[in-house]
Design a protein around this ligand. Structure first.
Ligand SMILES: Nc1ncnc2c1ncn2[C@@H]1O[C@H](COP(=O)(O)OP(=O)(O)OP(=O)(O)O)[C@@H](O)[C@H]1O
Ligand SMILES: O=C(O)C1=C[C@@H](O)[C@@H](O)[C@H](O)C1
Ligand SMILES: [Mg+2]
Length: 188
């Protein structure tokens, strides 16, 4: 039995907050499903990883190498807070962002979808290249350890959990939209 938090009801549809926030581990499909979901909703996707890279003018991998993970996490905390305050479409947050207590608190009251995936599908999808600095050494074991450490947090922050295993991004979008409509619409 998976316990996920309920969005505050009635959920305030603020003009300055996202309709849906996507969380989950690397390879869950936050960026891919996020783009397809945004298209379906006629909304924009805001990906916090992409926003950090654009603002910094360097890759996340380079930020880790040049400045270390704590600097990346501080940039990420600020970027997620900004995205939640300013973006009105779909927000995909970096895989580790929810582990920051301030970010977890900031997600409260939002419609948050946890895209769940197991190692079998994640490894097929991401191939574990060097673009994911936390997975550059012993990637499969690192991914499993990361997911074990994070699962409870993903479940706690989520208002909805969607299993993505063996499913196309379009299938995942269909389920998200159907389940959000069944519970009053995306951030209605
Ligand atoms: N449901 C799916 N079925 C098959 N392939 C998928 C699915 N979702 C995503 N993919 C593929 O898996 C790869 C990783 O997906 P994506 O980059 O969206 O993951 P992510 O959750 O954003 O990861 P990260 O946390 O590293 O940003 C991409 O090549 C994408 O095309
Ligand atoms: O799971 C993580 O900790 C990360 C996931 C990516 O989205 C990036 O935010 C970065 O590579 C760290
Ligand atoms: Mg991504």
């Amino acid at each position: 039995m998976v316990t996920t938090r309920r969005a505050s009801a009635p959920h305030p549809r603020s003009t300055d907050g996202p309709r849906v926030v996507l969380v989950g581990p690397p390879g869950a499909g936050k960026s891919t499903v996020g783009a397809a979901l945004a298209t379906r909703l006629g909304a924009e996707l805001h990906d916090t990883d992409a926003a950090i890279e654009a603002a910094q003018g360097r890759s996340i991998s380079d930020i880790f190498v040049d400045d270390g993970e704590p600097v990346f996490r501080a940039l990420e905390r600020a970027e997620v807070a900004r995205a939640l305050a300013e973006h009105t479409g779909v927000v995909a947050v970096g895989g580790g962002a929810v582990m920051d207590p301030a970010t977890e608190a900031a997600l409260d009251g939002h419609t948050v979808v946890f895209l769940d995936v197991a190692i079998a599908d994640a490894s097929k999808r991401i191939g574990f290249d060097r673009s994911r600095p936390l997975l550059s050494v012993n990637p499969r074991a690192s991914w499993v350890a990361m997911m074990n450490a994070r699962r409870a947090t993903y479940e706690r922050v989520a208002t909805l959990r969607v299993d993505t295993a063996g499913r196309t991004p379009e299938d995942v979008v269909d389920e998200i939209v159907a389940r959000l409509e069944a519970t009053g619409g995306p951030d209605a």
